[in-house]
Design a protein around this ligand. Structure first.
Ligand code: ARG
Length: 483
């Protein structure tokens, strides 16, 4: 590669073509901006999706200007009317963007000024795109996180329902992906349910810091005009206003935090995905995907592939990249606003979109998947998964655990040589015997997990009750005013 830029974007160096409108900052400059500058620095291509929030923010700002008597009520109404038109044009796709519309803020203000004339030209009074874009992103993030939180709750409800449908079904629990002890399928499904609930709590916690209005911080230092900063915050439904204007426009930790809580949900989904990939293999055979949630192969007619599960796993990598990348963008930035911060939007939008899509797909996949209890239970009934029960049986009869562990370990080693079953070896063992041998019988071991929070039917019955209470708590938190 020559390193030249005459590949596909054209070679039109120099001033912006005429008829493209003006930037918001043209007054200070002798000529127009270079085409390369506009192509490289524009954010309209991705921040146009903030249009709703930009209009919302502008409405609040212009009402605030009128409350502070910086503009007249008549001017306010003219601008509000123009904003209504812009909203309509955006909604219907009739809005015409111009080449000089660097970003959504420019486009909206430019159009308002075309529509409302001198009153429109007052819209940006006491405001900078720095506090404006920060406001838009906070409004957008608040709404989006709530959508994600509600979808997480939907997934938790599906996990609960599937757990309820399979009461009594058990499968091997794994450590190191080696069969360890049998656990109820309900216990396994609810394990993911509890983890996801913490994701909702993290969203709600992050929202406390996101729910702050930066409007009125101006470019960086506030204004000489008597802006109604608190009134604007209330008008926009923010919990409070910023405390420090430099911080308001010069920090993005709330974006990093939103990325983190979303990414952690994606990581949780990737772990579910990996299990579904395993469970739907012929080798495991623990589950069968519904046709609507599986894909086929273009070449291999017999294939039924778990693509949702795989992409839940794979896309998590990209979202981790979005988070890590944005942290790197923030690193070392001096106060206050830097154009670097424009880089907050693409990772945020992408991550939020992908988590939303993943939740929809994974929820559908789990709602329709067929579990295969016979396969699960056959795997869990492998004699060796009862080894710990045998050791604990000896402990209950006075043997120190370390000794019991060694006794059972030796029997397992012998059984694995393949000539005798563990059960018969146990039945004949001097310290164990026929009663202990019953522990190795199918379905016995899982019933012996009796401690609180454990994997057997007794604690899981209690866990069901607690999980339903937990879902009620989360549902209520998501309905709370301000949430
Ligand atoms: N598009 C910009 C952003 O997203 C708006 C702020 C531009 N401010 C500036 N002083 N150039 O951050």
């Amino acid at each position: 590669m020559s390193g030249d830029h005459d590949t596909d974007q054209g070679t039109d160096h120099g001033a912006d073509p005429s008829g493209g409108g003006q930037t918001l900052w043209h007054g200070r400059f002798e000529g127009g901006p270079a085409a390369e500058l506009m192509a490289y620095t524009e954010s309209l291509s991705f921040d146009r999706r903030l249009w709703r929030d930009d209009i919302t923010g502008s409405r609040a700002h212009v009402r605030g200007l009128a409350r502070a008597a910086i503009i007249t009520d008549a001017e306010r109404d003219q601008v509000l009317l123009a904003l209504d038109v812009v909203e309509q044009e955006m909604e219907t796709g009739l809005f015409v963007f111009l080449p000089a519309d660097e970003d959504i803020h420019t486009a909206v203000e430019r159009r308002v000024t075309e529509l409302a004339g001198p009153a429109g030209a007052k819209l940006h009074t006491g405001r900078s795109r720095n506090d404006q874009s920060a406001t838009d992103v906070r409004l957008w993030t608040k709404r989006e996180l709530m959508v994600v939180a509600r979808r997480v709750l939907d997934l938790q409800r599906v996990l609960l329902r599937r757990a309820e449908e399979h009461e009594g079904v058990y499968l091997p629990g794994y450590t190191h992906l080696q069969r360890a002890q049998p656990v109820l399928l309900a216990h396994h499904l609810l394990a993911h349910g509890w983890a996801l609930g913490r994701g909702i709590d993290r969203i709600l916690d992050a929202l406390e810091r996101i729910d702050v209005s930066p409007l009125g911080a101006g470019a960086l230092a506030g204004s000489s005009l008597p802006l109604d900063v608190d009134g604007n915050a209330a008008d926009l439904g923010f919990a409070r206003r910023f405390e420090n204007s430099l911080d308001a426009v010069g920090s993005r930790d709330h974006v990093a935090e939103a990325l983190f809580v979303l990414t952690l949900i994606a990581v949780d989904l990737s772990r579910i995905g990996e299990e579904i990939v395993l469970w739907t293999t012929d080798e495991f055979g623990f589950a069968k995907l519904d046709d609507a949630y599986a894909t086929g192969s273009s070449m291999l007619p017999q294939k039924k592939n778990p693509d949702i599960a795989e992409l839940a796993r794979g896309k998590a990598g990209r979202l981790i990249g979005n988070l890590a990348g944005f942290l790197a963008t923030m690193k070392g930035l001096p106060l206050s606003y830097n154009r670097d911060y424009q880089e907050d939007k693409e990772p945020l939008f992408d991550t939020a979109d992908q988590v939303r899509l993943a939740l929809g797909a994974v929820t559908g996949m789990l709602a329709t998947i067929t579990f295969v209890p016979e396969r699960m239970q056959a795997a869990a009934d492998a004699e060796t998964t009862a080894a710990t029960d045998l050791a604990e049986w000896l402990v209950q009869r006075g043997m120190p655990f370390r000794e019991a562990h060694a006794v059972v370990g030796a029997l397992v080693r012998e059984a694995l040589q393949g000539e005798r079953s563990l059960r018969s070896l146990v039945a004949e063992h001097a310290s164990l015997g026929a009663d202990a041998a019953e522990l190795v019988a199918p379905g016995v071991s899982v019933r012996r997990r009796v401690t609180p929070g454990g994997a057997g039917p007794v604690p899981v019955a209690d866990q069901f009750v607690r999980f339903r209470v937990e879902l009620d708590r989360l549902a209520e938190a998501l309905e709370a005013p301000g949430a």
